[in-house]
Ligand binder design. Sequence first.
Ligand SMILES: [Mg+2]
Length: 389
Amino acid sequence: MAAPIVKKVEVNEFTFELKDIGSEPTIGIPIYEPGSTRVSSAMAVRIHTDTDIVGEYVGGSKTEYSAFPMFMRSVIGRSILAREAVYNDAKQALRQHARMGMSQVDMALWDAAGKYFETPIYQLLGEYRTSFPAYASTYVGDNAKDGLSTPEAYADFAEQCYDIGYRAYKIHPWQDASLDKQIAVVEEVGKRVGDKMDLMLDPFCAYKTFADAVKVGRACDDWGYYWYEDPFKDGGVSAFAHRKLRELIKTPLLQLEHQRGLEPHMDFILADGTDFVRIDQDYDGGITGVMKIAHASEGLGLDVEPHGPGASRRQCMAAMRNSNYYELGLVHPKCQNFVHAPIFLDGYNDDLEGIDENGHVQVSDGPGMGVELDWKYIESHTIDHVVYE
Ligand SMILES: [Mg+2]
């Protein structure tokens, strides 16, 4: 059957404002800062075809899109259903450029395919479920009086999340606190809610040494943490170091957010570097790449856990058995999630209250990615626009 052919690829960079949010000084990620306004930018891609079907995706950083010119010849002129061919050609073309950008194109192609067949992506992949539990994933720690500035504040917020319906809670602690304070937050949250919530800890690779990672890991052991993720400044990429860490602590590790794609994931797993397998649709080759990792991990008996929220994460989780929690975040007692621009016309959201009474989120039943994007907003806030044809 002749499917639509890709005619051009259009990219918009657009801005949106976030109130009471500033930038964390060490790595620049958003942080609660009362009174500040952060102007964020986001990226949108549209794949136009020789029919009225348009594949859309919003997500990924400007850095990812900077590699688009290197592989557009693998995309334009091809069938919107030729995802496997695009994946393999783009992967080769981008071999010296961290395979950036191919993920966002893959997801727009999946959206186009869903619209072509008038079916949500998860049903094209193979439906397993439509609802799954979420964990509340916090902002990194701040210094604001009413923010996440003390171990007690994290524990108070965990209790608030429990009352909303969450049964799992992930701490992103401070980037610059003393080791004693890093251990104190693990203990305080464990003491308060450890008997009724699954707890995770993700220091964003902030601890300075392997020894610090071991010390905090032993605190996680004492309180039965569900997973411990990217603890120290190797950047989450040393399989050898994480195998050693697994020998020294009991808490399961979750690694691989910072290794891109199928083969590096498999090498790291087979080197005994992790227990849970991190996947990210924006880093690992899109839905095509993530499903390869999910199925390869399933063959090894392991679970994969999607990084960050978003419709693409929901579509994949709905089509896989071996995954436990949807990452809803980042959340904070005083400010909104920063990941999404105000661009959803259908009420889609990943805010703190965005779960149902069972602590679950659902996958959308609309065709393709299942979200309705506000192109008027995107176009009227555009600061950069590129067309490839
Ligand atoms: Mg992480």
